[in-house]
Design a protein around this ligand. Structure first.
Ligand code: NDP
Length: 254
């Protein structure tokens, strides 16, 4: 049955930034499909843990601030998940930050923080998870990219640079690990209604001009990304490598 191949029963997933927004929705969706979930978060994701556990799945928090974590810290975090939950099948690199400023005045500290969280941590977690997955001959890595993986945006040079790089990284790792049974893919969300876009949504003129340009005519919800997350995490997507799937209400096609 094709629908059986979408199930994630007894798989173990890591989700970064599962405290709220897309990461919280992702952790819950993976658990609904049958996975146990480890949440790499700087803040205790109490609500997410409770909601995953209410689904009858195991869940635990690995305290981790991605802006200060070294490659060794992230390898240790992945190791603690394998120790705690017995295996690792899925990694969702979701956590991300955005800092807005004119490029001429863009603070070096913002550049460094955005690149560290949105790119360096993604690579180091892929590397640590990849070591486990390549050795076991299976695994799914899903990197949350952005429509700004393809466009420059305005006043977000570090974010756009990091998200472009996440696509390149996804393709590079997919090429290396496809033959070992590891699928590395990315999702490029459009404008989703999360805290990340709160500032845009609370500015009426800006919000109106954005929505007018979205072919679907509205913001996306976190739940609307989750079918693709579960699909890419599942055996239904076993022949997909290096894909970057837009979920953007048609934004990129416009
Ligand atoms: P939110 O701002 O709503 O949530 C971000 C999550 O990342 C939070 O759980 C936050 O933790 C966590 N996080 C941030 N910094 C760190 C850190 N240093 N260490 C550990 N965790 C951290 O973002 P979204 O859910 O909207 O975005 C999720 C992903 O989707 C990001 O990669 C973003 O770039 C991408 N995206 C989002 C779009 C949108 O429209 N929303 C569009 C395109 C891409 P805490 O709660 O502790 O702050």
């Amino acid at each position: 049955m094709i629908l059986d191949s979408f199930r994630l029963d007894d798989r173990v997933a890591i989700v970064t930034g599962g405290n709220r927004g897309l990461g919280q929705a992702g952790a819950i969706a993976l658990a609904e499909a049958g996975a146990d979930v480890a949440l790499l978060d700087r803040t205790e994701p109490a609500e997410t843990l409770a909601r995953v556990q209410a689904l009858g799945r195991r869940a635990f928090w690995v305290p981790c601030d991605l802006s200060g974590a070294t490659a060794a810290d992230l390898a240790a975090a992945v190791g603690s998940v394998v120790d705690g939950l017995g295996r690792l099948d899925i990694l969702v690199n979701n956590a991300g930050i955005i800092r807005r400023a004119d490029a001429l005045d863009y603070p070096t500290s913002d550049w460094d923080e955005v690149l560290t969280v949105n790119l360096d941590a993604v690579f180091h977690l892929c590397q640590a998870a990849g070591r486990v997955m390549v050795a076991q001959g299976s695994g799914k890595i899903i990197n949350i990219a952005s429509m700004l993986s393809f466009q420059g945006g305005i006043r977000v040079p570090a974010y756009a640079a990091a998200k472009h790089a996440v696509v390149g990284l996804t393709k590079a790792l997919a090429n290396e690990w496809a033959g070992a049974g590891v699928n590395v893919n990315a999702i490029a969300p459009g404008y989703m209604a999360t805290d990340n876009t709160q500032a845009l949504r609370s500015d009426p003129d800006r919000a109106r001009s954005i929505v007018e340009r979205i072919p679907a005519g509205r913001w996306g919800t976190p739940e609307e990304l989750m079918g693709v997350v579960v699909f890419l995490a599942s055996d239904a997507a076993r022949y997909m490598h290096a894909a970057v799937v837009p979920v953007d209400g048609g934004w990129l096609a416009r």
